[in-house]
Design a binder for this molecule. Structure first.
Ligand SMILES: Nc1ncnc2c1ncn2[C@@H]1O[C@H](COP(=O)(O)OP(=O)(O)OP(=O)(O)O)[C@@H](O)[C@H]1O
Ligand SMILES: [Mg+2]
Length: 242
C-alpha cells in the first residue's frame, strides 16, 4: 500500500495548490489567477486554452518560476518551490524547465548553435565538451544541423521555432512550457512544430502548452480551460498516436 502511494507520488511532477495571482497597476487590482489547483504527471501532454486575458500566460510564467513570489503552494518534483530566492529559481529554471514562446525569442547576434548552447553555459554540471554533444543532439532532433552556423534572421519562422525547441530541450528539462508555439507560423510550419511536440511527448517529455487553436489542443492528452483566472474545465482527450 505504502509502495503504491510512493510510486504515485514519484510520477507527480507539478502540484499547484490554491494559487492566486493579483497584479496591482496604479492601484487597480487584476485577479489574474484565483484558487488554481492543478497537478501534472510526468510524461503528460497538457493544453491550456481560454479567451484572451483569462490568465494562461500568467499560469505558464508561474509554472516556469518566472514569478518572484508565489501565493499558494507550488511543488515541482516533490520540492516546494513557492518561495525561493532569485538565484535558486534561476538554477531550477535552467535545469528543469524549457520554454518555447510564440515569438521564438532567439538572440539575433548569436548563431543557431550558440543560441542553443547559451542556457547550458550557465550550468555548472555540464562541461564544454558535453555541451557540444547536447547541442548537436538537439539540432539533429529538430532537423536543423545544416543551419548550425546561421543567424536567426537567415531562417524561416518555422526553422526559428525548431531552433527554439532545440534550445528548450537540449538540457533535458523535466517540463517543457510552450506559450502559443505556433501562433506566428503558417499552417505548414505549425504542423511540423506540432509534430515535433508529439514526438517529444512520445519520448517521455512532459509538455504544457497554451494554445488558442482547438486542433492543436486536441493533440494533447488533456485540455484545461481557463476563464477569468479559474480552471473551469479539465478533460482528457484521446491519447495521441505517436
Ligand atoms: N505584468 C502585468 N501587470 C498587470 N497586469 C497584468 C500583467 N500581466 C498580465 N496582466 C493581466 O492579467 C490578466 C491575465 O493576463 P495573461 O497574459 O495571463 O492572459 P492570457 O490568457 O495569456 O491572454 P492572451 O491569450 O491574450 O495571451 C490580464 O487581465 C492582463 O491584463
Ligand atoms: Mg498569453
Amino acid at each position: 500500500m505504502n509502495n503504491n502511494i510512493n510510486q504515485k507520488k514519484q510520477r507527480l511532477l507539478v502540484e499547484l495548490c490554491d494559487i492566486q495571482k493579483v497584479f496591482v497597476t496604479n492601484s487597480v487590482e487584476t485577479h489574474a489567477l484565483c484558487n488554481i489547483n492543478l497537478t501534472i504527471q510526468q510524461g503528460e501532454y497538457l493544453a491550456i486554452t481560454g479567451p484572451s486575458g483569462c490568465g494562461k500566460s500568467t499560469l505558464l510564467s508561474l509554472l516556469g518560476l518566472l514569478d518572484r513570489k508565489i501565493q499558494g503552494q507550488y511543488r515541482l518534483s516533490g520540492v516546494d518551490v513557492s518561495d525561493l530566492s532569485r538565484d535558486e529559481r534561476s538554477k531550477i529554471r535552467n535545469k528543469d524547465i524549457g520554454f518555447i514562446f510564440q515569438a521564438f525569442n532567439l538572440i539575433s547576434e548569436l548563431t543557431v548553435a550558440e543560441n542553443i548552447e547559451l542556457p547550458l553555459s550557465y550550468r555548472q554540471d555540464i562541461g564544454k565538451q558535453q555541451r557540444q554533444v547536447l547541442v548537436d543532439e538537439s539540432l539533429k532532433k529538430v532537423d536543423m544541423m545544416h543551419r548550425a552556423n546561421h543567424f536567426p534572421a537567415q531562417l524561416s519562422g518555422g526553422q526559428q521555432q525548431r531552433v527554439a525547441i532545440a534550445r528548450a530541450i537540449c538540457g533535458t528539462p523535466s517540463l517543457i512550457l510552450a506559450d502559443e508555439p505556433t501562433g506566428n507560423l503558417d499552417s505548414k510550419n505549425a504542423q511540423s512544430v506540432m509534430a515535433l511536440l508529439d514526438q517529444l511527448h512520445g519520448e517521455g517529455t512532459t509538455i504544457c502548452m497554451v494554445t488558442h487553436d482547438s486542433r492543436s489542443a486536441n493533440r494533447a492528452q488533456r485540455i484545461i480551460e481557463v476563464f477569468d483566472g479559474k480552471i473551469v474545465a479539465d478533460q482528457s482527450t484521446r491519447a495521441i498516436a505517436v
